[in-house]
Design a protein around this ligand. Structure first.
Ligand SMILES: Cc1cc2nc3c(=O)[nH]c(=O)nc-3n(C[C@H](O)[C@H](O)[C@H](O)COP(=O)(O)O)c2cc1C
Length: 155
């Protein structure tokens, strides 16, 4: 059983939470994938959980053209844990973002992922507001599906 850890921040309207649920739905379409979701606005990710994950799906709202602070904290934590000898970096990942009309924060997510040696498994998904339009729903599900396929096909 491969494990996908979905780490996201959602606070204002639940937009990113909704997107995370759709990404999880896409992951679960594949056989042999276990999904865990953690909203880092509610709790910090412990590094045992991070280490045990085979891949990450990382989501944030656009906050001042950057990822939300609690998701940044996750990147800090996995880097420091890796420096301490733990297998918390270097995994496949996908990124997703909700925004209010900007959306440039996706660049910061990618830079943090690159700095922590995460490997993109599929192009990021970006959504203005909540994922309600059919295309946004499909893009979010497809993101999870692509990550799961990457894992189950030996990526
Ligand atoms: C503190 C704060 C800063 C924000 N900064 C931006 C921004 O720079 N660009 C943008 O497009 N949206 C910005 N937004 C809007 C949020 O990114 C957007 O509403 C998002 O979908 C909220 O996600 P959530 O409901 O999951 O918390 C900001 C919202 C907050 C609360």
């Amino acid at each position: 059983m491969k494990k996908v850890l979905i780490v996201y921040h959602s606070q204002e309207k639940g937009n990113t939470h909704r997107m995370a649920e759709l990404v999880a739905q896409g992951c679960r379409e594949a056989e042999g994938i276990a999904v865990q979701m953690i909203n880092v606005n509610e709790r910090r990710v412990d590094m045992d959980t991070a280490e045990q994950a085979d891949a990450y799906a990382l989501g944030s709202p656009d906050y001042f053209s950057y990822v939300a602070g609690n998701l940044k904290q996750f990147f800090d934590d996995i880097l420091l844990a890796n420096w301490g000898g733990r297998a918390t970096t270097g995994k496949p990942y996908v990124g997703f973002l909700t925004h209010g009309g900007g959306g440039t924060a996706i660049g910061s997510l990618d830079r943090l992922a690159k700095a922590t040696k995460l490997v993109p498994a599929a192009p990021n998904a970006i959504c203005q507001g909540a994922p309600e339009a059919a295309q946004d729903v499909e893009n979010s599900i497809a993101l999870g599906r692509q990550l799961a396929e990457h894992l189950t096909k030996g990526g």
